[in-house]
Design a protein around this ligand. Structure first.
Ligand code: DP6
Length: 336
């Protein structure tokens, strides 16, 4: 009863920001993302009747009780679905460098959902996998698919209509996504806590919900038409609005730091000089910049000029979940 799956991380163009149900990870709004080709999690799950408890290894190290409990809680959902009361060894390799400023929870729970459900004998389709992955971390439901993806918020209380759907295959639109790592000084407010505080206390949150509906329509039509200027403009505006809600929260907070702003200004400068580059920012100080492939070198050069930029990772649209053989996984572990 072993299966191995790999999932890539994703970056939201229209953000998921706020939950209507924290237990089931049901969002207040729909979101749109690009799955990336660079950063992924590969997870092997082996269920065995001989295990007295779940064991969780991350990058070859056994994780502590708290981290293992999170995995067990997630596996419980899969055990209930399969009607099997059996424990597992979860062996996970993260190629998402913590320093890359990408949350590994999206690729992590997408890979775990796929490997665990296959290992236990469930034959789930992608939609069902997306619903399961969502219950580990909301953004994970989008990593089931490659390319451009929409997570439909759904209306139902049981969450069965809250899942991701593919909008455009990764091979259909070749954009460049830079993940720019800046000098970080402060401890961050985790996205989970940040979105909760904003929903509960920010008077700007209702404005966010209203705006995001219109921005979703614009973003989806820009993706269908592969209109870069339109998607660029809407993704940057959407990110700014998401961050504006945090300033209205009580207590207020802001994910940006000085270096974040340096990058934002450089992007605006590029645009003033006729180069189409747009930024987005998640729940941290790092910035992601999106441009067309033809402008990749010029944008990279401009970003490299900034003294507060520590590292630049270059990504492109990537594929959805894939399954690996045991030998692929062993080779991969030996390489790392
Ligand atoms: C700002 O999916 O990490 O990156 O569902 O609580 O695990 P949980 O949150 P998570 O939040 C992502 C927030 C975001 C926007 C996005 O990816 O859409």
């Amino acid at each position: 009863m072993e299966a191995i799956a790999r999932a890539n991380t994703n970056i939201a163009l229209i953000k998921y920001w706020g939950k209507r149900d924290e237990k089931l990870f049901l969002p207040m709004n729909s979101s749109v993302s690009i799955t990336l080709d660079q950063f992924y999690t590969t997870t092997s799950v082996q269920f065995s009747p001989n295990l007295a408890a779940d064991i969780f290894l991350l990058n070859g190290q056994q994780e502590n009780e708290e981290e293992t409990r999170k995995i067990s809680r997630f596996l419980d959902k899969i055990r209930v679905l399969a009607g099997k009361d059996v424990h597992a060894i979860v062996d996970s390799m993260n190629s998402v460098p913590t320093a890359a400023g990408f949350a590994s929870s999206a690729s992590g729970f997408a890979a775990l959902a796929a490997a665990a459900s296959k290992a236990i004998g469930l034959n789930l389709d992608e939609r069902e996998l997306s619903i399961i992955a969502r219950q580990g971390s909301g953004s994970a439901c989008r990593s089931i698919y490659g390319g451009f993806v929409e997570w439909q918020k759904g209306e139902r209380e049981d969450g069965l209509d809250s899942f991701a759907q593919p909008l455009l295959d990764e091979k259909e639109w070749d954009l460049t996504i830079f993940s720019v790592l800046v000098e970080s000084k402060r401890k961050k407010v985790l996205s989970r806590e940040g979105m909760r505080r904003t929903v509960e206390t920010s008077p700007f949150y209702s404005g966010w919900l209203k705006a995001v509906e219109e921005e979703l329509v614009i973003a989806k039509s820009a993706i269908a038409n592969k209109d870069f200027e339109v998607i660029g403009n809407v993704l940057e505006k959407n990110a700014l609005k998401m961050h504006a809600t945090t300033l209205g929260a009580d207590p207020p907070f802001l994910y940006w730091q000085g270096a974040t702003f340096d990058v934002m200004e450089q992007v605006w400068e590029l645009r003033a000089n006729g180069i189409g580059a747009y930024f987005t920012i998640d729940a941290g100080p790092n910035v992601k910049i999106i441009c067309e492939r033809k402008d990749e070198k010029r944008v990279q050069a401009a970003l490299s000029e900034l003294p507060t930029v520590q590292k630049i990772f270059v990504c492109h649209p990537g594929q959805g979940v894939t399954y690996l053989s045991t030998s692929d996984f062993k080779n991969r572990k030996e390489e790392e």
